[in-house]
Each structure stands twice: as C-alpha cells, then as structure tokens.
Ligand binder design. Sequence first.
Ligand code: HDL
Ligand code: ZN
Length: 434
Amino acid sequence: MTDPNLSATVHRIVADQPVTDLHTHCFAPRFGHSTDGTGRGLMLWGIDELVTYHYLIAEVFRVVTPDKLPYDHFWKMSQTQRADHIWKHLFVDRTPISEACRGVLTTLSKLGLDPNEKTLDPYRKWFADQDADAHVDKVMQIANVDSITMTNEVFDEHERQLWLDNPSLGDDPRFRPVVRIDPMVCDWPDASEKLSAWGYQVNSDLTAGAIDEAKRFLNDWIDRTRPAYVAASLPPTFMYPASSVKNSPASRATNETALTQVVLPVLEDRGLSFAMMIGVHRGANPSLRSAADISGKADTQAVANLCAAFPGNRFLVTMLSLENQHELCVAARKFGNLMPFGCWWFLNNPSIIESMTRMRLEMLGTGFIPQHSDARILDQLIYKWDHSRRAIANVLTEKYDGLARAGYRVTEHTIRSDVQRLLRDNTRAFCQTR
Ligand code: HDL
Ligand code: ZN
C-alpha cells in the first residue's frame, strides 16, 4: 500500500533541503553590482535586470519582430526602456506563460510583491529600497541555496583586472569561484596571444616550452581564485580525439593539446574537476547579442573517450542538446569519473527537467546532479530553484511510489538522505572545498 501523503512528504523534504548551486553567473557584491553607479558591476540584481534577461530579449523579438523594431533601435534604448518594452509585450499584452516569463512572476511573488502590476515602477521602487549585500542573504534564504558557484571569466579583461587589483575578491563565503577558460580549449591561437600579452611565453602551436607556460597561467589562476572547479563550454563539433575528425584544422589540434597536455594534467595535479558544458553554437543570431546562441547535437563519444583516457581526472558534464541526454547517462554508467549535471539552458524547463531526472534516476540511481540554476541575475535563484525543486520532487514521488509497490519501506530518512545527496552532496563531492 503506498502512502497517500507521499507526494506532500517528498515535496516538503525537497523544499527543505538547502541546495549547493553548482553553476551560476551570479557574483558577490564585492565584484560591483548593477546599482552601484559604476555601470560595470558584475553582480546583476533587481527588476530591470530580471526583465531584460537575455532569454526574454529573444522572446520579445518573436512578438515585436525586427521588421517592426529593428535590433539596433532596441539596443539604442536605455535598459529601463528595454525592460518597459519587454514587460508590455510579454507580461501585459500577452500571458506570461513561458518559463522565463513565469519565472519573473514566481520571483516577484516570493519576494512578497504582486506580480500583476501593469508597469515596472512599483517594483523599481521596492528594489531601490533594498541593500545589495542584504539582498543576497534574503534571496539565498528564500531560494534555500547554501552556496552560489560563480563563473569567473579569467579571459575577460574587466574581471581579470578586478582579481589582479583585489586578492580577496573570492573570499565572500556565500560564493565559490570557478575558473572559466573557454578560449583556452576552443580557440587556443587567440588565447595564446592574450597569454603572451600577459607575460606567459606561449605560442600558437603550443610547443613544449609553451605547454609549461600555459600550465603556469592556469596554476596562477587556481592559486588566485581557489576555485571549486575549472570549466569550459564547448561547441557541438567538439571531438576527442580531434584526429578522429578527417582533415581536422590545425586549431582543433592545438585546442586538443591545450586540453590534454595543459588543462587536464594541471587539474589532476591540483585535484580539481573539469566541467565541460557541451553543445552550444555561439552567435547564431549575432543581432541578439547575449541571446544569440543556439544548441546543437554533440558527440558523447568524445566524453567517453576523455573519461577513459584520463582516469585520474574528474569530469562534470552537461550537454545542451536533448538528444544527447540518454547517451550521456549510458556513458556515466561506464565511468565513475563522469558526473552528469543539470538541465542546462534550453533544457531548464519543468517538462524536460522531469523527463531528464526520471531517466537519470532509472539509469544512475541517485548518482548524478539533477540541476544547477545557471542564474545570471541574483533574484533568478528564487524561481529557478522553486520550479526545479517541484519537477524533481514530482519524479522522486513517482519513484518512491514504485519502490513502495515493490514492498520496499520508504521512510522519511530514506527520502531525506537521497535528496541531500542529489541537491548537495554529489555537487560537493566533485567540488574542491575552500
Ligand atoms: O555558457 C554558459 O555558461 C551558458 O549558461 C551561457 O552563459 C548562457 O548564456 C546562459 O546564461 N544560459 O543559461
Ligand atoms: Zn552558464
């Protein structure tokens, strides 16, 4: 006989479990914030940032199409004007039913605001009264997030200078740095020019001496930031070994050298996981700027080949194409150094979170990380985790019901320990502690 209150019990336990958020684009206030008057603050928060999230920019251009509002006219608007445009067309004139729209409403409601306002002014007034640092604590408490993992783009000149100027930048205990190195493994020739300018004796074809210097660069940033892990996003065409691709261009070979002879040896030596986020095709529609990217089916064989060739490394992997998810689960069954994580970006929708979580539980038990928020604006932690927790709890309920029907005694302790593993412990096991 199954428990008629099972669903309520599971949802309560999932809601009560603090989550360690494995991947976000949030920043601690000490990186500067969007209302500090500098215009360069990296910590984004508040209603205008929420409503001009790049997911919503893409959506508003489907409603007011570029023939009616040319891209350059939109980009000439102030952020306030862009937010008002988006609010009117996606939230007032139409039902805000998409995940990115509904997320804003969930966030406003959980902050104690009425999500039915016809203009943004009441929200602007409320946020204007909030203190950025205190708001971090409030959002973390509402979202029940115990640690926010950042994305620190060490090839971004502005962020790089912040780190060079402030050695304690990464010390906010609520946040964990991550060294993000896309150029190193996606465009080594370009990365090598930057490293040379920064005083590392490297070259575009990454010969022996340059390999040691490239390692020095990565070690310098690991020492400076003390990251939870090191990460890179990769295109759908990512292959390993590159030589498996007929007449692969030279840059693919040096990208592979950077990955296999610089990054992976350094990370194994430093005991750090490598997070590979695979399947993003950057800049499909450049006029959309940060909303320009699309997804593409990648090759999970590359993941399996890397896990087999580098058993001393640990790989956190998320893939952007829905078509890659089952193969990634199969690969994870074969390699204990492979930890699938999250329902990334275009997969971060309740319908897909449920189907991916169901498949992962069926193939991996509780040995995976079901979600990361990918929050870009601090306040998004509230909706991204509320919506994900509900989806995950729905599937767990179904699975516990199945266990009960098989005669297994499902107790609160059973559920609590599983949920802690899924939302916290699996992440922490693959992240380096401070
Ligand atoms: O590369 C990434 O980490 C992606 O998550 C991109 O930042 C993307 O723009 C995003 O924010 N997705 O949610
Ligand atoms: Zn991201």
